[in-house]
Write a protein that binds this ligand. Structure first.
Ligand code: ATP
Ligand code: MG
Length: 266
């Protein structure tokens, strides 16, 4: 749980003498305990924005404030899950989670570390494979471990960059529902910023969708749909179809990207 404020963020990459502006005048507020999805065409700066929120990349202009305090680097209250599998291949699932927790809570006893790793691997449904190496696990299982590792340090903010982007459609749905259940089961809830290319994923998960487009202001779409959600229930909901149609319109009819990019995005 934490309120995030983006205050007039700008980011320009500089390579040699070439300047490449990616983000300009980005301002928004992400409420305490809300689930926000960031969506937009490839190359519009979603991952760049997430790196700024993580504190790895200082913005060229503006500031990120978390609960009113400016962000000036990475912090233990923020955890990240990426699309690429980021587990250490020589460590078992459990050792990966233990390692992640030890980086943050250095003085914790071996016994407590083990207990936390087991607790979170159970929460993501991996009780049976804790002692397997990542290479022995499917992509979906590896992302479950990455989620367990991120949640095990009890961050207030969870930053996720297309975490299910490389997962097949069926497994993806299972993971989306698992993530929603984990998020909803906690009180106070974590603030989640989730980058995706997938409109239906964003509608299933979020309280608000932030649509980004190169060189334009953000479009913010509140997602006022009942929870708990499932794809079947949403499909028959008029509000769901209305927001979905606005998003498709933003992608297709207002997009500054070439046609090929639009199709990739959807
Ligand atoms: N380190 C860097 N140096 C220079 N340019 C960069 C750097 N990182 C990203 N870019 C450029 O900035 C733009 C935004 O990149 P970013 O990765 O944030 O986009 P994205 O919206 O996450 O795209 P995708 O949906 O494909 O993941 C792209 O044009 C990219 O080529
Ligand atoms: Mg990206």
């Amino acid at each position: 749980m934490s309120r995030i404020e983006l205050r007039d963020i700008g980011l320009t990459y500089t390579t040699g003498k070439t300047e490449f502006p990616v983000l300009r005048h980005i301002s928004t507020v992400i409420d305490d305990g809300s689930f926000v999805c960031v969506i937009g065409p490839s190359g519009c700066g979603k991952s760049t924005l997430l790196s700024i929120l993580e504190g790895l990349l200082p913005p060229t202009d503006g500031a990120v404030l978390i609960d009113g305090e400016p962000v000036s680097g990475t912090g233990v209250e923020r955890a990240v899950v990426f699309q690429q599998y980021t587990l250490f291949p020589w460590m078992t699932a459990k050792q990966n989670v233990v390692f992640g927790v030890k980086q943050i809570w250095r003085d914790i006893s071996r016994r407590d570390l083990d207990a936390i790793a087991v607790e979170f691997l159970e929460k993501v449904g991996l009780s049976g494979v804790m002692d397997k190496l990542p290479g022995e696990l499917s992509g979906g299982m590896q992302q479950r471990v990455a989620i367990a590792r991120a949640l095990a340090v009890n961050p207030k903010i969870l930053l996720m960059d297309e975490p299910f982007g490389a997962i097949d459609a069926k497994t993806r749905l299972v993971l989306q529902e698992m993530l929603l259940e984990l998020w909803a089961s906690e009180e106070p809830k974590k603030t989640v910023v989730f980058v995706t290319h997938d409109i239906d994923e964003a509608l299933l998960l979020s309280d608000k969708i932030i649509f980004m487009k190169p060189g334009q202001n953000l479009h913010e779409l509140p997602v006022d749909l009942p929870r708990p959600r499932s794809k079947e229930i949403l499909f028959d909901n008029g509000e769901y179809r209305r927001i979905r149609s606005s998003l498709v319109d933003l992608f297709y009819h207002n997009s500054t990207e070439p046609i090929g990019e639009k199709e990739a995005a959807l």
